[in-house]
Design a protein around this ligand. Structure first.
Ligand SMILES: *[C@@H]1O[C@H](CO)[C@@H](O)[C@H](O)[C@H]1NC(C)=O
Ligand SMILES: *[C@@H]1O[C@H](CO)[C@@H](O)[C@H](O)[C@H]1NC(C)=O
Ligand SMILES: *[C@@H]1O[C@H](CO)[C@@H](O)[C@H](O)[C@H]1NC(C)=O
Ligand SMILES: *[C@@H]1O[C@H](CO)[C@@H](O)[C@H](O)[C@H]1NC(C)=O
Ligand SMILES: *[C@@H]1O[C@H](CO)[C@@H](O)[C@H](O)[C@H]1NC(C)=O
Length: 334
């Protein structure tokens, strides 16, 4: 009797172990992302209900800058009339040549489903201006607008990115806006967009590591904001600017409102907070897709499977960190 039930228990344990092993192998072998977005507030598109960008803003106006022009304006999207999956716009300081070089050599390598351009303003230093011209000739990936590149001009740059998408890359299904000091796990990101989301795109998607209930800082600091600039005590829920995913449809809607609102220099709060609320698009939380600072040190030890678990590094990475993590990613076979 006792012996019999022991055997049954053993049997159950073996079956459970077998099922766990099978499921684990299935997930890891077929590379299915285990993290999922709960209660999505966006919708996914299919082959018969795609969206389309119609440009209807004044091309030569950027918020309160009249006679705006693109000083440098490459057209990496022009021959993709059927569209492609992901356009990446990286906001960069003109002097950050090394960051751009590292991105070009790591996660930002152009391929058919993804293109990268760097958004810059004008520099007042002639050497940097020459450097930008040279870089643009060599790589064709610099988008430069006619405003001085400055900290308080970040919103011009971000809105210029939206404008550039609307007028020059309207066929991209998804747009990633990134800073030039992060790493994107691009293979994982492409899989996420085309498999977890949809290769036809999505609607009402603004996704990032969402920040909620953030106070506007009134004391002296890099982020000090006066009540005249922004009156309420708290910012709306918003997406920090270092990594934001937009679906195609939200870009012209954000642009349209941004063009008409008074200038506010904190671009991410303004665009993904204030304006996103005006067009009524919720922000989707991607916190679980971000590599934790602790895991950066242990990424090697955690093994290649861990590579599948994140889509972005945290912000403010060193160039060596970007290169090192990319090496691990590119060694991993999908
Ligand atoms: C588009 O079609 C898919 C089915 O193909 C459906 O699941 C989805 O809800 C539709 N999305 C919108 C925005 O209509
Ligand atoms: C697009 O195709 C045209 C004609 O083949 C070519 O001249 C142009 O350089 C291409 N543009 C890009 C960005 O590849
Ligand atoms: C530009 O470079 C030249 C030669 O290296 C140097 O003499 C000059 O001071 C630099 N100008 C500025 C504005 O940095
Ligand atoms: C840009 O290229 C020109 C010609 O190739 C070269 O003479 C110049 O030194 C370069 N300038 C910079 C800043 O790289
Ligand atoms: C921002 O750009 C405008 C237009 O080029 C310029 O007039 C202004 O001085 C710039 N702001 C800063 C803080 O440099």
């Amino acid at each position: 009797m006792a012996e019999g039930s022991d055997i049954i228990i053993l049997h159950k344990i073996l079956i459970t172990a077998f099922v766990i092993t099978f499921v684990y192998n299935y997930y890891t072998e077929y590379g299915i992302t285990i993290i999922e977005i709960e209660n999505p507030t966006f919708s996914l598109l299919g082959p018969f209900n795609t969206t389309q960008i119609v440009a209807d803003d004044n091309y030569n106006q950027l918020i309160d800058i009249d006679q705006f022009t693109f000083k440098i304006n490459p057209q990496p999207c022009e021959n993709y009339s059927a569209g492609f999956l992901l356009m990446i716009i990286v906001t960069s300081n003109p002097s950050n040549y090394e960051n751009r070089e590292v991105i070009r050599n790591t996660w930002g390598k152009n391929q058919d489903s993804t293109k990268v351009v760097f958004l810059v303003g004008e520099s007042e230093n002639i050497n940097i201006t020459n450097q930008i011209t040279n870089e643009s000739k060599s790589f064709g990936d610099i988008v430069q607008g006619s405003f001085i590149d400055a900290y308080r001009n970040m919103t011009y740059k971000h809105v210029m990115g939206l404008k550039w998408i609307v007028h020059h890359c309207p066929k991209a299904k998804y747009i990633l806006k990134a800073d030039d000091d992060i790493l994107v796990n691009l293979p994982q990101m492409l899989r996420f967009l085309s498999r977890e989301l949809s290769p036809w795109g999505a609607k009402d998607l603004i996704a990032c590591r969402v920040r909620e209930h953030t106070k506007a800082l009134r004391y002296k600091s890099k982020w000090q904001v006066t009540e005249k600039e922004y009156a309420p005590e708290y910012y709306p829920t918003y997406c920090p600017g270092w990594a934001i995913i937009y679906s195609q449809d939200v870009v012209p809607r954000l642009l349209k409102v941004a063009q008409d609102l008074p200038y506010f220099w904190i671009d991410d709060v303004h665009i993904t907070g204030v304006i996103a609320e005006k067009i009524d698009v919720p922000r989707t939380q991607l916190a679980s897709f971000i590599l934790s600072t602790i895991s950066i040190q242990t990424l090697k030890a955690l093994g290649p499977k861990y590579i599948q678990q994140f889509m972005f590094s945290p912000p403010d990475m060193s160039l060596n960190q970007i290169t090192d993590i990319w090496k691990l990613i590119s060694e991993y076979k999908y």
